[in-house]
Design a protein around this ligand. Structure first.
Ligand SMILES: Nc1ncnc2c1ncn2[C@@H]1O[C@H](COP(=O)(O)OP(=O)(O)O)[C@@H](O)[C@H]1O
Ligand SMILES: O=P(O)(O)OC[C@H]1O[C@](O)(COP(=O)(O)O)[C@@H](O)[C@@H]1O
Ligand SMILES: [Mg+2]
Length: 324
């Protein structure tokens, strides 16, 4: 390996900069020239590619977002787009790529790497934590801490007014942010797509706790939950309980994607950045690097994207018990 390109793609995630930094510095350490590809796969197509050095990534380890920018590139899903991307890779003589992103990014990498016989290694970077093959993805820890901080604040005002809040958190098809923040912020109920327990479970829980003199109620809902939007849920609760509860809805939205990465995300991203470059040097390709049970693991892109990471049922059980 003499030249390696690095890009960030899909939804940005705090800690992506720490991963870019680790990739670039590891390249320099091994006398490989690193190239930054801007705006994910879009930059590959548009030839937005620049040589980097150790200094190009100074003072970014603590910054949210991604200095390489990110994009959801529709063109990369077309044959013409991929062909242009390949021509630009050849122009820069890149021997391999490190892609930092989520399941979509890895699906694209799998197809592209196979089509043009290019070694590609992935680093899981998404706040959703929806990737098989790693306990945590880069960005999840920071996002979930942002959510907990916000829900703590909502609790203050909910308690002052004896209100029931429905709080929507991110997670397109995944409930990890909802479950972790629900437990940590002490919510009454958590609704996630992986475990559809229906609105009846919510009704039961509200009915049960209504006998207690609770001053606030917090229901965390993953955006991918199957029971409709948070507003639909609010309506269903109103239909069931009349005006027993004064309800409010908060959608946390993109505030969850920004901010300074946590220590856990910086360390995870730094480890995976080093390992990704070393993996390419060792001849590994078409796979993602991750950490499971404290150990480095390599998972084929195919498996990382197709196999759903298991939602820990034990966490849901814990949440149920402690919210009684
Ligand atoms: N089937 C595919 N073929 C080629 N490229 C893809 C495919 N799926 C996703 N991609 C590329 O990966 C990018 C990132 O995927 P996306 O799902 O938006 O985010 P994430 O990687 O965070 O899951 C897409 O914008 C697209 O350019
Ligand atoms: O910022 P956008 O394009 O509206 O996307 C929102 C989606 O991106 C996420 O924040 C992260 O998802 P990805 O990592 O798959 O891009 C999801 O939780 C959310 O559904
Ligand atoms: Mg995704």
């Amino acid at each position: 390996m003499e030249r390696i390109g690095v890009l960030t793609s899909g939804g940005d995630a705090p800690g992506m900069n720490a991963a870019i930094r680790a990739v670039v510095r590891t390249c320099v350490y091994y006398n490989i020239t690193p190239y930054g590809i801007y705006q994910g796969y879009e930059g590959l197509i548009q030839n937005d590619i620049k040589k980097m050095d150790a200094g190009s990534v100074k003072h970014i380890i603590h910054q949210g977002g991604t200095v390489l920018k990110s994009a959801r590139s529709l063109d990369f899903k077309t044959d013409e787009g991929m062909q242009k991307a390949w021509e630009n890779i050849q122009k820069h003589n890149l021997d391999g790529l490190v892609v930092i992103g989520g399941d979509g990014t890895f699906t694209g990498a799998m197809e592209f790497g196979e089509k043009f016989d290019l070694p590609i290694v992935g680093i899981p970077g998404t706040i959703d934590n929806d990737i098989y093959g790693t306990d945590f993805t880069v960005g999840f820890d920071t996002a979930v801490n942002t959510v907990v901080e916000a829900v703590d604040k909502i609790r203050d005002t909910a308690t002052s007014h004896n209100r029931l809040f429905f709080i929507e958190v991110m997670g397109r098809d995944a409930g990890f942010i909802a479950v972790y923040s629900g437990i940590a912020a002490g919510s009454e109920e958590i609704l996630i797509p992986e475990e559809d327990r229906g609105v009846e479970k919510l009704f039961e829980s509200l009915a049960r706790t209504s006998k207690r003199n609770k001053s606030s109620r917090l229901v965390i809902v993953a955006e991918g939950d199957n029971n409709g939007s948070v507003y639909d849920l609010e309506e269903k609760v109103k239909d069931e309980f009349g005006d027993r509860y004064e309800t409010k809805v908060t959608i946390l939205g993109h505030v969850q994607r920004g901010g300074r990465p946590s220590c856990a995300d910086r360390v995870l991203a730094s480890r995976l950045g080093v390992i990704a470059v070393e993996a390419l040097q060792d001849g590994k390709r078409d796979m993602m690097v991750g950490i499971r049970d404290r150990e480095i693991r390599y998972t084929d892109f195919e498996k990382a994207t197709k196999q759903n990471p298991k939602m820990d049922k034990e966490l849901l059980r814990i949440a149920d018990i402690i919210s009684i």
